[in-house]
Design a protein around this ligand. Structure first.
Ligand SMILES: N[C@@H](CCC(=O)N[C@@H](CS)C(=O)NCC(=O)O)C(=O)O
Length: 207
């Protein structure tokens, strides 16, 4: 398998952490790609018409995207306990946590792209609105972390991986200040989760 890769993408990181945790990483070649909304990679557009990272090529040659679909695919190859429960309420709790975390990053990315605009074209109302989404998602995650049911360090699942990669990206890009302020349960859980070798070996850095 091959994956389009960038060390700074939280969606790529989610897939790589998933692959490391399921022992599939050794079967996935990383193809470095640089792309932004204003300078789309021509190579990436051949694999994913949306020109977004990540895309994963299966051993049969099919290109899959986006990151939730890739994780679902990898779980079908996973010989150990599934990281995405196959059915029932548990499955939808995990998928909901992933959607919340991915949505948080998507809103954060829109803030970041907005900050790269020439200042004469900056649209502060837009940024404030996206930041509202980020902060409400963080508050919802703090409630989840305090509740603890889906945050057990003994029962790993995709939802936790998605949350941790989203928080790692916020730390890296600093689009919304320090998420830990007034979110002690989330901060504690993230500190512990970050010690996993899959997380420690995938910390984002500028290329
Ligand atoms: N829903 C997609 C989001 C992917 C995404 O937004 N990737 C960013 C990198 S973090 C990207 O490639 N952005 C380039 C663009 O928007 O043109 C997924 O989960 O894979």
């Amino acid at each position: 398998m091959r994956i389009t890769w960038s060390s700074t993408s939280p969606f790529v990181r989610k897939v790589i952490v998933f692959a490391l945790e399921t022992g599939l990483d050794a079967r996935i070649e990383r193809v470095p790609i640089k792309t932004t909304p204003t300078t789309p990679s021509p190579e990436l557009s051949r694999y994913n018409p949306l020109t977004k990272l990540p895309a994963l090529q299966t051993d049969e040659g099919t290109w899959l995207f986006d990151s939730p679909v890739i994780c679902e695919y990898l779980d079908t190859l996973n010989a150990a306990a599934p990281l995405i429960p196959r059915e029932g309420a548990e499955r939808f709790d995990v998928l909901r946590l992933q959607a919340l975390s991915d949505g948080l990053v998507e809103a954060g990315l829109l803030c970041r792209y907005e900050s790269l605009r020439p200042s004469a074209h900056a649209w502060h109302v837009w940024t404030e609105s996206q930041l509202g989404k980020v902060n409400r998602a963080l508050d919802a995650l703090e409630i989840e972390a305090r509740d603890g049911r889906h945050f057990s360090l003994e029962r790993l699942h995709l939802g936790q991986i998605a949350v941790a990669c989203a928080l790692g990206w916020l730390d890296f890009r600093q689009v919304a200040g320090d998420f830990r302020l007034a979110r002690p349960n989330l901060a504690k859980w993230y500190g512990q989760f970050s010690e996993r070798s899959s997380m420690a070996s995938t910390v984002p850095h500028e290329e």
